[in-house]
Design a protein around this ligand. Structure first.
Ligand code: HAM
Length: 424
């Protein structure tokens, strides 16, 4: 067998290797996701990384279906690696729907795969924090999810100047389009155009509309959108749209009460790509919208039923680690000590023949739950070992000498003698 060397083997495009420094950043993010989920009352679950192919093609929509990594197993079953966890969640809840106390507040941090064309912010393998509430139809459940999302953004150091949760409503948009005379078979086209509108220059948008056969009269519907935003609370242009606008208002009232409204804006251009959304929808973007979405979600009241269960309302979102990581990095918000890693103690022997004492000290520190290391390679003098302690970002050095112990604070340089290890 030949030896694998150099660049003969590379990771597949769109995947990432996590060297220790990258792993520390990944864990720092995942720890915050988990901490925030738990403090908001969500319980953790997980599902298999592959499922029957049908589970993902039934209701997720064209885009996801085209991005599946699917395969046939030796028993001839059609399977796929999960591109999202929401269908698995619906399947799991359906299987125990009569025994699970509702509402269900669950979270997960699955590793997902989508056969995308890799580009900035989009990879073929990524992690995605999922927050979902199942079995509660009131807008309070949506408020809980948006609050938890903002709670995390705040926790990780992103301010309302850095990021915004852009909140819209799919039924509001559909009501607005229907009231404006858009035919049922044209609604999907209009939704796609609405999604595109803020992302392309006005001339390009007009050209797109023309290509799709949108009349000048219908173009007005897009401008009326802006007025729906500007009017803000309660100012509904017609009775079809009014109840949906009232619901968005109610959501914003709750978000204000919970103290996170400054992170949130109305944006009825947000209609979401996935086909299962039925109500309030939202996406999180960096404030300048120069990156792709950090997170997206909303209400999906039909998915459980479509997957063979009863009609039970659900709402939630997913936040990927890729765009989030880019944004945190660009803004310099990843603490240096997270990248560098940390040790509580590095044990250094200043004199010959003290290996036994060094091991005793290392053992005692680790037994107390402190992180401690020493130079296994017994080649360096005290100076070299000290250099290693600094490279490892140790907070303190424990100096083991023939005549006793001393502890040196490596941040301040302060040094103090110790009578024994108990003196630490
Ligand atoms: P999604 O909009 O497809 O929703 O994904 C949510 C987030 O996952 C995106 O905003 C993005 O941050 C991240 N993401 C998606 N695809 C990729 C990719 N190829 N590379 C890197 N990051 C990516 C869903 O997946 C829904 N299942 C979320 C949900 C949960 N809705 C209700 N509950």
């Amino acid at each position: 067998m030949g030896e694998k060397v150099g660049t003969k083997f590379q990771n597949v495009k769109g995947t990432r290797d996590f060297y220790p420094e990258d792993m520390r950043v990944r864990n720092w993010i995942a720890d915050a996701w988990r901490r925030v989920s738990l403090r908001n009352g969500f319980e953790e679950y997980d599902a298999p990384i592959f499922e029957y192919l049908d589970l993902f093609t039934i209701k997720s929509g064209q885009e996801i279906a085209e991005q599946l990594f699917n395969f046939t197993d030796r028993g001839g079953r059609s399977l796929a690696i999960r591109p999202e966890i929401t269908p698995s969640l619906a399947r799991m809840v359906n299987a125990k729907i009569h025994t699970l106390p509702r509402p269900i507040k669950w979270f997960s941090i699955p590793r997902l795969c989508r056969a995308e064309n890799p580009q900035k912010g989009r990879l073929r393998e990524f992690f995605q924090w999922n927050i979902d509430i199942i079995g509660e139809d009131s807008v309070l459940a949506d408020a809980e999810c948006v609050f938890t999302c903002v709670d995390f953004l705040r926790e990780i150091g992103l301010t309302p100047e850095d990021v915004k949760v852009r909140i819209g409503s799919r039924p509001l948009v559909l009501a607005h389009l229907r009231a404006g005379g858009v035919a049922e078979d044209k609604l999907e086209t209009f939704l796609l155009l609405i999604d595109k509108r803020p992302k392309v220059p006005p001339e390009a948008f007009e050209a797109l509309c023309e290509k799709e056969g949108v009349t000048k009269e219908q173009m007005r519907l897009f401008d009326e959108f802006d007025r729906l935003h500007d009017n803000g609370r309660g100012a509904a242009p017609n009775e079809q749209v009014a109840p949906h606008l009232a619901q968005v208002d109610a959501l914003f009232t709750h978000l204000e009460q919970m103290g996170v409204a400054e992170y949130c804006v109305r944006d009825f251009h947000v209609v979401r790509g996935l086909a299962y959304y039925t109500g309030i929808v939202y996406e999180v973007f960096d404030a300048s919208s120069s990156l792709r979405a950090l997170a997206g979600g909303g209400r999906y009241d039909n998915l459980l039923e479509v997957l063979g269960g009863p009609k039970v309302g659900a709402t939630g979102f997913g936040m990927g680690d890729v765009v989030l990581g880019i944004l945190l990095d660009e803004k310099g918000r990843i603490p240096a000590e997270i990248r560098a890693g940390e040790l509580d103690y590095f044990v250094i022997d200043a004199d010959e023949g003290l290996l036994g004492e060094v091991l005793k000290a290392v053992g005692a520190l680790r037994a107390r739950g402190l992180s401690a290391d020493y130079c296994c390679a017994r080649r360096g003098n005290a100076g070299k070992q000290l250099k290693e302690a600094n490279r490892r970002n140790a907070a303190r050095a424990l100096l083991v000498r023939a005549d006793g112990l001393a502890v040196k604070d490596l941040r301040t340089g302060e040094q103090r003698e110790l009578a024994s290890l108990d003196d630490l």
